[in-house]
Ligand binder design. Structure first.
Ligand code: FAD
Length: 470
């Protein structure tokens, strides 16, 4: 025990007062997950200012077997950054952009950089860093990498994994691996960076990364289409994709109930249509060519769709303000849902060709299990990713409804397994989905994952109790 106290003192000396929080009020915001589902405790929140300090802190913890919970912006949804004792190692002070190389189209950044700041820095250099999500004002790139975050431009640019070319990592024994390569081609054995992307902090602490940049979009067109059913939305997606190619940057689906929630609770949300419709598709095309005929492409597809009858109405934004207004509807849904009571959330994916079957069968299932449940399933339909969220029935007790989270999800998961889907499209496993991982990964796969964990972190100091139980 005394030895541990001495180590905690030694860690405090490494980071100094600016990197040390151990009073209850100061620690409080770091101890719980963004949705309030999990809460933990820790001896201190440690905020190193550099990779060298991080390595020294990890080395001290490894020696004394003190658990480390890495934390970025703490916006994760699955409890991955919630501590189980030990220390929280927060990357927020490592927030320098080390270099921007416009010719190589790369940016070398530290883990604690806020995502929105990286987007801005790229844009100031006349480039695009395309990762984008509603939490971009608070989440950090280290957290994005560790959760392999998705967001609203995956369709065109891929998940965070596709956006990284190199990483710098402090390993669980305190050694620094400098893998900050900016190479588009490098076939020299195992590509280790991918071990750390999506590892949720269980294999080491990402301290910096080389990110890919892209040409800045010079043309943007946004449309909202209203459709009678989900099959029509999917048919529209296929047609837009075929016509627009990789100028199709976003294709988001919203059900009427989600739009109603947004209209009811969120200021500034406007329904552009005179009538209510069952489903909506928010479509965005972008291009680096200012004269790209994106508008003509969109209008042609939408006109054909209106004629054929699988779109009932459509609006193409005529100004940036209108674009933002259309996006505001979609982005308001998660927040609006909170005003309607408790939610049971599922962040699922299936092959796009199975979305309609999943939605029909899953709806029947949840409505049978929870009569009166209000299904608000929306999201990145172009990525096969649906936020399959259940809002409590109007007359239900909150606690009674939330108690159904695990039983209902087990049933939804069984359906996902049958359809070749995933229980976590974007948010990871963390603590929330640990029990379910075994149903979606084979024994061979789980064994390989655990061997990797043991090889890198034999004493299980790095984010214990996340991803795997042991
Ligand atoms: C309003 C809102 C909207 C969101 N929208 C999306 C969305 O569209 N798509 C999406 O994918 N997610 C979304 N999220 C979830 C969340 O923002 C992302 O998962 C984000 O990538 C987490 O980043 P963070 O810095 O907050 O990480 P944290 O929450 O701090 O950590 C996440 C995980 O990564 C680990 N970790 C953090 N930093 C490091 C590091 N440097 N090295 C090693 N491990 C580390 C933590 O231990 C934890 O397991 C949303 C969240 C909110 C609140």
């Amino acid at each position: 025990m005394n030895k541990k106290i001495n180590v905690i003192e030694a860690i405090r000396e490494v980071v100094g007062p600016a990197g040390w929080i151990d009073d209850d009020d100061g620690k409080e915001p770091y101890l719980k997950e963004s949705r309030g589902l999990f809460r933990g405790d820790c001896a201190a929140v440690v905020r190193p200012a550099s990779t060298a300090e991080t390595a020294e802190v990890v080395r001290l913890c490894a020696k004394a077997r003190i658990p480390i919970t890495p934390q970025g912006g703490n916006t994760g949804h699955v409890g991955g950054g919630v501590p189980n004792g030990g220390i929280i190692l927060c990357t927020g002070r490592m927030n320098r952009i080390r270099a921007i190389d416009p010719l190589n189209h790369t940016m070398t950044v530290e883990a604690g950089c806020i995502l929105a700041n990286l987007q801005k820095a790229a844009s100031d250099a006349d480039c695009l860093f395309p990762l984008s999500m509603a939490s971009e004002g608070s989440c950090q790139i280290g957290g994005n990498l560790s959760s392999n975050a998705g967001g609203i431009a995956v369709l065109r640019y891929g998940n965070t994994r596709e956006l990284v070319m190199g990483v710098e990592v402090v390993l669980p024994d305190g050694r620094i691996w400098d893998g900050l390569r900016g190479l588009r081609k490098d076939n020299t054995g195992y590509d280790l960076k991918h071990l750390f992307v999506g590892a949720e902090g269980t294999l080491g602490i990402i301290t910096a990364a080389v990110l890919k940049l892209f040409p800045l979009p010079r043309a943007r067109e946004t449309a909202l289409a209203a459709a009678p059913d989900l099959d029509s939305i999917l048919e529209l997606f296929k047609r837009v994709r075929d016509r627009a190619g990789d100028t199709l940057t976003g294709f988001e689906m919203m059900p009427r109930i989600g739009v109603e929630f947004a209209l009811r609770h969120m200021p500034g949300v406007i329904d552009p249509f005179a009538e209510a419709h069952a489903h909506y598709a928010l479509i965005e095309l972008t291009s680096p060519r200012p004269d790209d005929p994106l508008r003509a492409t969109l209008e042609t597809v939408l006109a054909e769709a209106l004629e054929t009858g699988f779109v009932d109405d459509a609006v193409v934004a005529t100004s940036e303000t209108q674009c933002d207004q259309l996006w505001r509807i979609r982005e308001s849904i998660p927040e609006a849902q909170k005003h309607e009571g408790a939610s049971i959330k599922n962040d699922i994916s299936v092959p796009i060709s199975r979305i309609a079957e999943f939605m029909a069968r899953a709806r029947e299932l949840v409505e049978h299990e929870i009569p009166g449940v209000r299904l608000c399933a929306f999201g990145h339909v172009g990525d096969g990713n649906i936020h399959f969220n259940l809002t409590q029935p109007l007359d239900a007790e909150r606690e009674e409804f939330v108690a159904k989270w695990q039983p209902i999800n087990r049933k939804v998961n069984a359906l996902l397994a049958e359809l070749g889907g995933s229980i976590s499209a974007e948010h990871g496993i963390g603590r929330l989905k640990m029990d379910q991982l075994a149903e979606f990964r084979s024994d061979v796969e789980l064994d390989v994952m655990q061997r990797i964990k043991r090889a890198l972190d034999p004493d299980n100091v790095m984010n214990p109790g996340k991803l795997f139980k042991s």
